[in-house]
Write a protein that binds this ligand. Structure first.
Ligand SMILES: Nc1ncnc2c1ncn2[C@@H]1O[C@H](COP(=O)(O)OP(=O)(O)OP(=O)(O)O)[C@@H](O)[C@H]1O
Length: 308
């Protein structure tokens, strides 16, 4: 049987009279990379904080690494690396000094060896004497990840880890996550970037605190069943304006020189697209398969919370 590193059910949390996470289930096998998507304020950070033992759910149950989320949170915290949205580093310490400091805080043994390993794993060895405050965003991110990994956690929880980092640095960061995954580290990562979402083995999508979708990335297009049409030709803007808000059209997105119009009601969508063709005969229309790109944009637009 697959070992579930994260296995939580019905997690619920309210702030005041607002339910922010509502009966949330999550099962993540060892070594998996699980992406956590959802519009702003949908409850991702709150869920991550409950999973790592920082926040007590008001109801629900489950385990992380076999430890009970309600009664054994100190044991979970010790074994989890958590990178928050606003991680902090000591800007006037060097990369190495930051890692040494953190390993002392954790009371770790073999500190020099651990720091050497973290530096090497993240390609930071040559820069170890540089001041953290002088690093670019991408290098700071790597240092933050090295700091999360210094106690060799079995679970990594990353809350929008590469916000504001350029695509090359994001790719390097993800290479590191893949290497950790190959070594058996389990990762849950919240993200707003498509290039990160496609790196994940599976995606859980949350809106208004409820999980609406949970599936391997490759199965998501089929699961959502989004109908899609491609519209091309010049000028495109009048067609685009007609499509926006038209019946059956849940998404109008530019893909280079064409538009993709997608929606969950294929009949209404087709009628709207054909109306555009009738009014704008110079455009070409063609029915296409929705790919993960369209689905991702559709999900992150956050306007369609009804699919099963
Ligand atoms: N400590 C708190 N006290 C009161 N409200 C809170 C607290 N923490 C979070 N919230 C509210 O709970 C809701 C969910 O927040 P959460 O940070 O979990 O969402 P998120 O999906 O991570 O959003 P983002 O993508 O913007 O980080 C938000 O409306 C937020 O304002």
């Amino acid at each position: 049987m697959t070992e579930l590193v994260i296995d939580v059910r019905d997690l619920t949390k309210s702030f005041g009279d607002r339910v922010v996470v509502d009966h949330f289930d999550l099962q993540v096998p060892r070594g998996a990379i699980y992406g956590f998507l959802g519009p702003n304020g949908s409850g991702k950070t709150t869920t991550i904080r409950m999973v790592c033992g920082l926040l007590k759910p008001e109801s629900g149950e489950g385990t992380v690494l076999g430890f009970d989320v309600l009664t054994e949170s100190p044991k979970i915290k010790e074994r989890v690396g958590y990178m928050t949205q606003k991680f902090s580093l000591y800007e006037d310490l060097s990369i190495r000094e930051n890692l040494e400091f953190i390993s002392r805080l954790y009371g770790l043994d073999h500190r020099a060896e651990r720091v050497d390993k973290a530096l090497e794993d993240l390609g930071l060895s040559e820069r170890q004497q540089q001041l953290a405050g002088k690093l670019s965003g991408g290098w700071k991110q790597r240092l933050a990840l090295a700091a999360c990994m210094i106690h060799e956690p079995e679970v990594l929880l990353l809350d929008e880890p590469t916000a504001g980092v350029d695509p090359k640095a994001r790719r390097d960061f993800w290479d590191a996550i893949r290497r950790y995954s190959a070594q058996g580290v389990t990762t849950l990562v919240s993200t707003h970037y498509m290039d990160e979402a496609v790196q994940c083995d599976s995606i859980a999508y949350i809106a208004y605190g409820k999980k609406l979708l949970d599936a391997p990335v490759s199965e998501i297009p089929k699961k959502i069943g989004l109908a899609c049409w491609r519209i091309a030709g010049r000028p495109l803007l009048p067609a685009q304006e007609m499509l926006e808000g038209a019946p059956g059209v849940g998404l109008v997105a530019r893909f280079g020189a064409e538009i993709h119009a997608c929606g969950e009601d294929p009949v209404a969508l087709e009628q709207s697209v054909r109306r555009v063709k009738a009014a704008q005969p110079h455009v070409e229309i063609e029915k296409i398969e929705a790919g993960f790109e369209e689905i991702f944009i559709y999900l992150m637009a956050g306007s369609h919370d009804t699919f099963q």
